[in-house]
Every structure is written in structure tokens, then in C-alpha cells.
Design a protein around this ligand. Structure first.
Ligand code: SF4
Length: 100
């Protein structure tokens, strides 16, 4: 499709079909908490109160997705004592945090 779209003059300078923003270009991170693994320490809430909350004694994300490069969610994932939080790139699936 890219070649056909390019030949048809539909691509902008970055290879994106003009007028349609692909999900890859939005630069989002996905945030998940495995509530079966979470022990309810509240560390993530202390580090990133705008992004996590405790519900019924377990953490859950308040914001998902978040803009790429949101340091608080990566810090929370890195500091979770049981590695219950995962942050990954929405477009590629690449794990951003925890930093193993
Ligand atoms: S830091 Fe980890 S274990 Fe503690 S509340 Fe958050 S997700 Fe649960």
C-alpha cells in the first residue's frame, strides 16, 4: 500500500497517509497492573499519584495510555517490589519498564 499510496501522491513527507494519523505516530505508552501479583504496597501511588490508585487493596492505572516519555509511570514500574506494573510502547509492544 505504501508504494501505491506514494505513487498516488497520498503520502506526506513522513510516509503517513495524508489526513490520517496512524497509531504508530501518536507516541503512547500502555500501562498495565497485574492485580493478581500486586501486593498493595502503594509505592506506585506514592511515586505517581496521578497515574495509579489503590482499589480494594490493589493498584490500578488511572491513565492508560499515557504520552510516550511519561517518567512517573516508568519510575513506578521500576520500583514496584513485585514487578506487577508493565509499561510498553503502544505501537511496537517494546517493554519500556520495568528495566530488567
Ligand atoms: S508498587 Fe506494585 S505492589 Fe505496590 S501497589 Fe503498586 S503495583 Fe502493587
Amino acid at each position: 500500500m505504501t508504494d501505491a499510496a506514494n505513487e498516488a501522491g497520498l503520502l506526506d513527507g513522513e510516509g503517513t497517509v495524508a489526513g490520517r494519523e496512524s497509531s504508530e505516530s501518536k507516541g503512547c505508552w500502555r500501562v498495565t497492573v497485574d492485580r493478581e501479583v500486586c501486593i498493595g504496597s502503594g509505592i506506585c501511588v506514592g511515586i505517581a499519584p496521578d497515574h495509579f490508585d489503590l482499589r480494594l487493596g490493589r493498584s490500578q492505572p488511572l491513565t492508560d495510555p499515557v504520552p510516550e516519555g511519561t517518567p512517573q509511570v516508568a519510575d513506578a514500574a521500576d520500583n514496584c517490589p513485585v514487578e506487577a506494573i508493565t509499561v510498553h510502547d503502544a505501537a511496537t509492544g517494546l517493554v519500556i519498564a520495568p528495566d530488567l
